[in-house]
Design a protein. Structure first.
Length: 310
């Protein structure tokens, strides 16, 4: 496992992170027992992954707490989040953090993030909630403050572009993948200047794991003029990535594409399937995609900023 420094936090983190949300919720949405989900996280830790991301909303904090019980707390970077879909108050945040700490069975979290923020809510959260986060940091209950976008309704990163104007955020969670690369210019460049740690979500979603969904998405992008049909095979849009010396599968290509993107730090990978975990670990051990494949990906999807990859 390779490691990097998560921006201005100074924390040494694995380039692959264990995501405990997404469609799987570490297997909790696919029929796995709690013990099986705990085992998935422990296998990830044994492989060298030291970054775990969860949220009160996912219902997986207690599983994470059980998975890390008995190991050196300083060896794990824990990130959890406070949901913002409903109006939150400082008291809500304090209560939520205490609940998260109890479920995680820890005295502090390394990163506490405002979760799924949209542009209309941003100014309120900065003025009314960020001061509470800063006081909690002074109390030692959180180390760094982060923010995550809601990528499905905001594929153009409007909220994060606004957030980059404030010197508040140590970490940002950003939607980015082969199909929507708009964060490269709209988020990563300025984040690098500010030394903000970047966590990648949506590296693999439905369109990059199910061929029929990928064809449907590409057809829609062609119809809206975001992709030139002469640049791509509509029946096998990303087939050019799979070849000797290239990717072994679309998920493999997707993870490697994000893992080597300049300005990113941790790519989140969530699964409740042990075989998928092993395959993902192998992807993160492989080199970057060939330059000609990267160049074609950047060319084909250069105008896309309307989808999340779902």
């Amino acid at each position: 496992m390779d490691y990097t420094i998560l921006g201005r936090t100074g924390m040494k983190v694995s380039v692959m992170g264990t995501g405990c949300g997404g469609p799987s919720r570490v297997g909790q949405r696919s029929g796995r027992t709690e013990a099986e989900s705990v085992a998935i996280i422990q296998r990830a830790l044994d492989s060298g992954i030291n970054f775990i991301d969860t949220s009160e909303r996912y219902g997986t904090e207690a599983i994470v707490g059980k998975a890390i019980r008995g190991i050196d707390r300083s060896s794990v970077v824990l990130s959890t989040k406070k949901g913002t879909r409903q109006r939150v108050t400082p008291e809500h945040v304090r209560e939520s953090l205490e609940g998260s700490l109890e479920r995680l069975d820890t005295d502090y979290v390394d990163i506490y993030q405002l979760h799924g923020v949209v542009l209309p809510d941003y100014d309120y959260l900065v003025s009314e909630i960020v001061p509470t986060l800063e006081r909690l940091r002074e109390q030692g209950k959180i180390r760094f403050i982060g923010i995550t976008e809601r990528f499905d309704p905001d594929p153009q990163h409007l909220m994060l572009q606004r957030a980059l104007q404030d010197d508040v955020w140590d970490v940002m969670m950003v939607g980015f993948n082969m199909l929507n690369q708009s964060a490269r210019d709209r988020v990563f460049a300025e984040a690098a200047v500010r030394k903000i740690g970047i966590l990648i979500m949506f590296a693999v979603r439905l369109a990059l794991s199910r061929p029929e969904r990928l064809r449907q998405v590409v057809t829609e992008l062609i119809e809206t003029g975001q992709v030139d049909p002469s640049d791509i095979d509509e029946n096998d849009p990303l087939g050019f990535l799979i070849h000797k010396g290239g990717a072994v599968s679309l998920p493999d290509a997707a993870y490697r594409f994000c893992r080597y993107e300049p300005g990113t730090h941790v790519v989140l990978s969530g699964t409740g399937n042990p075989e998928h975990l092993e395959a993902n670990l192998e992807s993160f051990s492989r080199p970057p995609l060939p330059q000609e494949d990267l160049a074609k990906l950047k060319h084909v999807f250069r105008n896309v900023d309307s989808i999340s990859g779902q």
